[in-house]
Design a protein around this ligand. Sequence first.
Ligand code: CU
Length: 227
Amino acid sequence: MWQLISKKLYFWNIFENTGSITIAVMEEFHDYTMMFLTIIITFITVFIYRLMTTKMTNYNFKENINLEIIWTILPMVILFMIAYPSLYYLYLFDLSMKPTVTMKVFGAQWYWIYENFDTEKGQSYSSYMTPDSELLNGLPYKLGWRLLETDTRLVVPYGTEVQCLTTSLDVIHSFSIPELGIKIDAIPGRLNSVTFQVTKPGVYYGQCAEICGTGHSFMPICLEALV
Ligand SMILES: [Cu+2]
């Protein structure tokens, strides 16, 4: 039975595949929070149903001090059990111990510029979306996802801690890769940082997540994690 349910859940693919530690932890936390939600909703539904269908009232429910203490304390405990890990992970994801690779990510209207922190000056490369005409006319190996493929990819090593420092050249952009659990604003004049560790080698797609002009939908992020 449970095997069938888990198989079905996998088939529906409710979540995207987990590509980094961050998103795996986020999914665990989501399931944990949903557990409370399911219990509470089930309890309330049963309770309302019983109240509506039963004509008699239990006299012990009225002015019951113990009951009132329980329904004051219990929600507090549940809220704490959700809030504590939530804040814990929030600050944990911000923590950058010692990243092996640091990449500079510049948002621009409407493309991304990537630069390895360690290389010499001027070693940056721009990453533009591959237009439809090129995708259709290109060689078979070039066929990729429409509006997601780029001419140059952001290449990072897999299994190592990578730090991305984001900023912008013009307006606010947002560097987001859902499969890796990353979303960080690229703000002109400011430097934001995000740390992640890719757990599976492969290609990960993302899009700008902050309305930045007419080309907003056409500045995808294509990250390649290499072994
Ligand atoms: Cu945008």
